[in-house]
Design a protein around this ligand. Structure first.
Ligand code: FES
Ligand SMILES: [Fe+2]
Length: 396
């Protein structure tokens, strides 16, 4: 099913490429400028989007082995991801049931059990409380009622999603709307995490708009990606998740060139069929590259401490383990991507949000050629207006 959808998309893109056209939406849409800086709106986004909607917490190969864990703060919530002894992923609040201390410092490691650094209460990889120090002096409690707080989690397509609400009844699978079966086509669970880093940026939506936008590519990135790159984009949706792909083909661009004109799309290799940007609502982008071999940049964007700040964890994943020469190329590619994002995309975002914050600009616009941004802001509005009890129905 997912492969046939992929081929259908490739045929549609080829049709547009041959005709020099792209899909356009019906109208130009305006988004109020205050949506990018107003602290009340921003706090609602944290509470009603980031704390209700499943988020991408990691990639499978960051914690591939039993006992591997990753601890991190996500919009202020301390999260502990653990791969248990059977290889399943668990997610917990990184907080001891005694008095709330974090069980481990933020970072990665491997443990069979977690002993709290404050008074040494101990938990197993299922989050069950298995040991209370000086239990006879502490007093009688039912250990089974004092496990770590579990968060909903799902591992699919080599990616780990979790919801920062232990009581959430939003099914992560429904939220994915079938998009996970498309992402499976990357086969990321068998890829390698080559490197990762964090880049600071502007308001999370200012930053995310850029990932859905190919319109700016030949302009803002003329010095890096080149001024001859297409500014056209077709958008394909699965629930709130969108694939962005240019219909344009040339020999230099992702191999989607003349060599492929003579081939039927079902003969195209997988890296060509999967090209473009795959975004995962509300905060992830996956873009394909070829630095040192087939690779992707997975960008995990998180709101920062204030409306005007965000940070992006960039993961560079490679299909095959690189040799020495490929390692050099991959490093070069990853460095270029950091430069492009920090000095071109986010530098532009930081400047534009300064203008928006003056209050002199009422709204910004998304054209008929920017349907992806329109859809993204449409989903944000919709989710902010949806009550908890109706959230699940948004994704059915
Ligand atoms: S807070 Fe963890 S053992 Fe006391
Ligand atoms: Fe960009």
């Amino acid at each position: 099913m997912s492969k046939s959808r992929l081929l259908e998309i490739a045929r549609n893109n080829k049709k547009h490429a041959d005709a020099g056209t792209m899909e356009l939406v019906d109208n130009i849409v305006k988004v109020p400028a205050e949506n990018y800086y107003d602290p009340t709106i921003w706090q609602k986004e944290i509470d009603l989007i980031f704390k209700r909607i499943p988020l991408v917490l990691s990639v499978s190969n960051e914690i591939p082995n039993p006992g591997d864990y990753k601890a991190m703060d996500v919009v202020g919530v301390p999260v502990l991801l653990v791969r248990d002894s059977s290889g399943e992923i668990k997610a917990f609040l990184n907080a001891c049931s005694h008095r709330g201390s974090a069980l481990v410092e933020n970072g990665n490691g491997n443990k069979k059990r977690f002993s709290c650094p404050y008074h040494a209460w101990t938990y197993n990889d299922q989050g069950a409380l298995i040991g209370i120090s000086s239990a006879h002096e502490f007093g009688e409690i039912d250990k089974s009622c004092h496990s770590l707080i579990s968060l909903p989690v799902l591992e699919r397509a080599g990616i780990i999603w979790g919801t920062l609400n232990p009581k959430s009844d939003l099914c992560i699978e429904s939220f994915l709307s079938g998009y996970d079966s498309m992402l499976e086509l990357f086969d990321l669970k068998n890829w390698h995490v080559f490197d990762q880093r964090t880049v600071k940026g502007p308001n999370w939506k200012v930053a995310y708009d850029g990932y859905l936008d190919l319109y700016h590519l030949p302009v803002l990135h003329s010095e890096t990606f080149g001024s001859d790159i297409s500014n056209q984009a077709n958008y394909y949706e699965w629930g709130p998740h969108q694939r962005v792909i240019s219909p344009y083909r040339s020999p230099e661009r992702n191999g989607q060139g003349k060599a492929f004109d003579s081939l039927e799309v079902d003969e195209w290799p997988m890296d060509v069929l999967m090209a473009g940007v795959w975004t995962i609502f509300p905060h992830v982008s996956i873009a394909s590259f070829n630095g040192g071999g087939r690779s992707i940049l997975l960008s995990q964007l998180m709101p920062g401490e204030t409306p005007g700040e965000s940070y992006t964890n960039q993961y560079y994943l490679m299909e095959n383990e690189p040799n020495e020469e490929q390692t050099k190329e991959a490093n070069k590619q990853f460095e270029l991507l950091e430069y492009v994002v920090r000095e071109e995309d986010y530098a532009t975002g930081l400047r534009l949000q300064k203008s928006l914050k003056t209050g002199m600009i009422d709204s910004v616009m998304f054209g008929k050629n920017e349907g992806g941004g329109q859809s993204f802001h449409g989903w944000i509005d919709k989710i902010l207006k949806t009550k908890d009890k109706d959230l699940t129905s948004l994704f059915e």
